[in-house]
Design a protein around this ligand. Structure first.
Ligand code: ARG
Ligand code: ZN
Length: 890
């Protein structure tokens, strides 16, 4: 990558490596300013490859020595690589390299860096080359033996992958530890930690009877916040063995928490390194959402041990091979952990909301790319919602098409064939299909795989006609997918449409397709694979309401053409909880969109308000489900459904409808608040969390209503609750209710909160985020974010802290960010450039918030373009940010 240009790596250019590294011995002398690395590589030529120079990756390193087979060898540097034109002619030889690097200056947090008083690594995707020279690509797998040497008092804990084989004292107050990892692995799974940490430990026995040691390492003082992470790890080990017969293969499995981390966590073999946000949790400092996040990320990284580590990616274009599959697995785990059908549906709704909030816009914007991309400039920009979340949906569709057991068999075949290998998405799909000959997947595998190759979100249009005379219902489904960058035309997708027919009285109708002897149940999966298809259902007594895409069986937009009355039937009765929720969302969305375009009133009609009231008061529905139904679609989601977006108008309209719900459901909110308040001992269960979420929502609505009526009772109660709260979910909920309604008591509550938690970084993040996410009122929120930037506790260096303020404003608070005076965009451009100078990966994430600028109405659009152009014009911009802004302007 050269300055000012974007050079692309292309999938079609893949070549097997010309050399392989069988084993590596690494030795580290750890010092913050200058760490010495010596590496001894056992290299083999690939007999299939033409004779050629050996080219090793290396970035920002100081090279001290190179020896081949113990002798000096000539080398040169070219394009950021170390080139040895004439390595020994033997089939295999050793290469010894000595180099140094500077961990304390590593603000990119990629490679070896310091955080607090310790050393940590992050090597995925291409961080290992910032530690030493190597074939830093995932299809080169080596056995690692690692020796760490460091000051004993400062760094009492020395960790790397695998098993501890030796440790001891060294002169000068230093000590060492030697680790050996028997599993060959790609360099991106290497890790080391040297720090002053303590561990929670637990032994577990897997089904084979083997005992394993689990450890969660944190800073002194944080041990009491590790119980939930450990419980989640134990549950993950048990689940993977039960559901997929995948046992823990390591004697020791370690998790280490670090405060400065670009992502959520990293699955390094046997030594997962986590953002503290996804390890530390206590009722007093973490919310229910945080507890759930810990459980799901611990599971995700643990599941990578098989899907990612035992079988890894051939190249980075195959990233979804491990990420899509592992997200699917962690979603399934979370559903299984949450219990009954209703709790599962709530999880599914949350996953789909996430997909629609992040992936759908990505798929419709300048960064749209297939689940298996064809090219990239900077691979770190492709750890995206498409690769992760849409990738998981693709795996889910396969599971839907082959059935639960068929999918488990497919997984077994995948491991039989490919354990220990670096493979492609094709290999995965082939294994699932081959284990299920004749299945709905296998008979159209090539067409199905278009999900990997084609970007964009298809729209499925459904229309039904009822023929009373013949008691026949005909359903016509059509699909269409618009162009994406580089893909003007799309072939039809294979779309599993789970569906049912609901009678006007709400009952589920038996589904008998023309030509069938008898009905095949009340819910079934239709496979839409052509541009248009029809299905005829027989013996249908009266005009039904179709319930389509149940459980969100495919990542598509559905235009079902239903009337409001039909949606009301589904909202009240659908046996599929997802579609029940979806009906309410669609009813609200149509009103929001109409009002935002001046085509309807900024108000909800009485029948919809009554339907929502009925849900809120429903005696049998779970609190968590009610809370989801009562939430209006977000401003971002509404914006995606408008041809041209005026963010201020969307905000106004949505706030008006929220205020209306606060007013017209006032008595119901009071009832919900009182009925769901619990005194049970805190546990992060779905049932308890659902109640707390609904209570918090009710309190917000009641404070919102007070803001309008001037009645001080509810802000007073919220303040009291804020003070008395015994857990963070309730405390933060009460604080949010005050801050979001701009109550006078918000200020004293915020100061008190800061005073209470000023020493807890993760809680302070919440304090910043909450203020940046408050609904905008006369520019106050934006002004406050600018002021907070100078707060002594604020820093752009720590990714969590930077995200808490800047991402909260720019991603989650459109009305505060998109200002007619362009001040929000100026602020954005300045921060992207500030952060880029330290941490390009983080800057590139922030840069992406402008992806959808073309949809904006004037004057926003012109001002946004100008701000992006200003970033693009910066001469020393990183390749990471350059790729994002170049695509945005293209
Ligand atoms: N493999 C990690 C996970 O999803 C994410 C690592 C991302 N790293 C990066 N530099 N983008 O669990
Ligand atoms: Zn992952």
């Amino acid at each position: 990558m050269r300055e000012g240009t974007v050079t692309l790596v292309r999938r079609e250019d893949y070549l097997a490596p010309a050399y392989r590294i069988r084993s590596v011995e690494l030795c580290f002398d750890l010092e913050p300013a200058k760490t010495l690395v010596s590496s001894k590589l056992a290299i083999e030529r690939n007999p299939q490859a033409a004779p050629q120079p050996l080219r090793l990756h290396g970035e920002g390193l100081t090279l001290l020595r190179v020896l081949a087979n113990g002798e000096s060898v000539s080398f040169r540097h070219e394009d950021g690589q170390l080139v040895i034109d004439h390595p020994p002619a033997d089939e295999s030889f050793t290469l010894e390299i000595r180099n140094s690097c500077c961990p304390e200056k590593n603000t990119e947090l990629s490679g070896l860096y310091t955080s607090g008083s310790g050393f940590f690594t992050q090597c995925e995707a291409e961080g290992f080359r910032r530690i030493t020279y190597f074939l830093d690509r995932p299809d080169v797998m080596a056995v690692y033996t690692v020796t760490l040497r460091a000051d004993k008092a400062k760094y009492p804990v020395l960790l790397s992958n695998g098993n501890l084989v030796e440790q001891g004292e060294l002169p000068g107050g230093r000590h060492f530890a030697k680790w050996h990892d028997p599993f060959p692995k790609p360099s991106y799974l290497f890790a080391l930690v040297a720090a002053d940490l303590v561990a929670r430990e637990q032994k577990i026995r897997t089904r084979s009877g083997k005992e394993h040691l689990l450890q969660v390492f944190v800073r002194r003082g944080d041990l009491d916040k590790t119980e939930h992470a450990m419980n989640s790890l134990v549950a993950s080990v048990v689940w993977d063995e039960a559901r997929f017969k995948l046992p823990l293969d390591l004697e020791r499995f370690m998790i280490v928490a670090v405060e400065d981390f670009n992502m959520g966590a990293m699955e390094n073999k046997g030594l997962n390194i986590f953002n503290t946000k996804f390890v530390l949790a206590s009722p007093a400092t973490a919310t229910d959402v945080d507890f759930f996040g810990v459980e799901s990320v611990v599971a995700h990284e643990y599941f990578h041990n098989w899907t990612g580590n035992r079988i890894t990616c051939r190249d980075w274009f195959q990233l979804s091979l491990k990420e899509g599959l592992t997200v699917y697995r962690d979603q399934e785990f979370s559903m299984d952990m949450s219990g009954g059908a209703s709790a599962r549906a709530v999880r599914r709704i949350e996953d789909v909301r996430q997909l629609r909030a992040a992936q759908f816009p990505e798929d419709a914007g300048p960064m749209a790319h297939p689940v298996r991309p064809d090219s990239y400039a900077e691979i770190n920009n492709f750890y995206t919602a498409t690769v992760y979340d849409k990738g998981a949906e693709v795996v889910r569709m396969m599971a839907t098409l082959v059935g639960r057991e068929g999918f488990a068999n497919g997984m077994s075949l995948y491991f039989e064939r490919h354990d220990g290998q670096a493979v492609t998405c094709d290999d995965f799909a082939q294994a699932i299909a081959d284990a299920n000959p004749g299945s709905a997947l296998s008979v159209r595998l090539d067409a199905f795989k278009r999900w990997y190759a084609q970007a964009g979100t298809p729209t499925v249009t459904a229309r039904g006609t009822y023929d009373a005379e013949n008691r026949r219902y005909t359903l016509t489904l059509e699909q269409f997918c618009g162009p994406s960058p580089g893909q003007p035309f799309k072939f039809p997708f294979v779309i599993p449409v789970a569906m049912g027919l609901v009678a006007q009285d709400g009952s589920s109708l038996p589904l008998q397709l023309a030509g069938e002897e008898a009905p095949g149940g009340t819910s079934r999966v239709l496979v839409l694979e052509h541009p248009q298809q029809q299905w005829v259902f027989e013996n249908v007594d009266a005009a039904p309401v179709p319930s389509l895409l149940r459980g969100f069986s495919a990542p598509v937009n559905l235009d079902d053409g239903l009337s409001d009355a039909e949606r009301m039937v589904l909202l009240a009765h659908d046996s599929d909880a997802f579609n029940r929720w979806e009906s309410a969302q669609k009813l609200a969305l149509s009103r929001l969109c109409a009002a935002a375009q001046g085509l309807g009133p900024a108000a909800l009609d009485a029948p919809l308000v009554e339907a929502l009231r009925a849900v809120l008061r429903h005696p049998a529905l779970d609190a968590s489900f009610k809370e989801l139904v009562l939430q209006l679609p977000s401003e971002g989601y509404v914006a995606e459904h408008l041809p041209v977006v005026d963010p201020q108008r969307v905000h106004e309209v949505r706030e008006a409808m929220r205020a209306q719900l606060a007013e017209q459901l006032h008595a119901d909110w009071i009832e919900a608040f009182e009925r769901n308040a619990t005194n049970e001992a805190y546990a992060p269960t779905v049932a308890q969390a659902g109640k707390r979420a609904l209570v918090n929502m009710a309190l917000s609505m009641l404070c919102l209503q007070s803001q309008r009526s001037g009645d001080p009772v509810w802000p007073g109660r919220a303040y009291q609750r804020f003070k008395d709260a015994t857990n963070m979910t309730e405390r933060l909920g009460a604080l949010s209710a005050l801050v979001e309604s701009h109550a006078g008591l918000a200020e004293p509550a915020l100061s008190r909160f800061h005073e209470l938690f000023k020493d807890d970084a993760l809680v302070l993040d919440k304090w910043f985020a909450l203020q940046a996410r408050a609904p905008e009122l006369d520019g106050r929120v934006f002004a406050r974010v600018k002021a907070l930037l100078k707060h002594p506790d604020f820093s752009l260096r720590n990714p969590n802290r930077a995200r808490s303020l800047l991402f909260s404003l720019t991603m989650f608070n459109p009305a505060a960010f998109h200002r007619a005076d362009a001040a929000g965009y100026v602020f954005w451009a300045d921060r992207v450039m500030d952060i880029d100078a330290m941490n390009p990966q983080l800057a590139a994430r922030l840069a992406r918030v402008m992806d959808r600028w073309r949809k904006l109405a004037e004057p926003y659009r012109g001002a946004a373009r100008e701000a992006i152009a200003r970033v693009a014009a910066k001469p020393d911009l990183s390749g990471d940010v350059r790729e994002i802004v170049t695509r945005a302007l293209a």
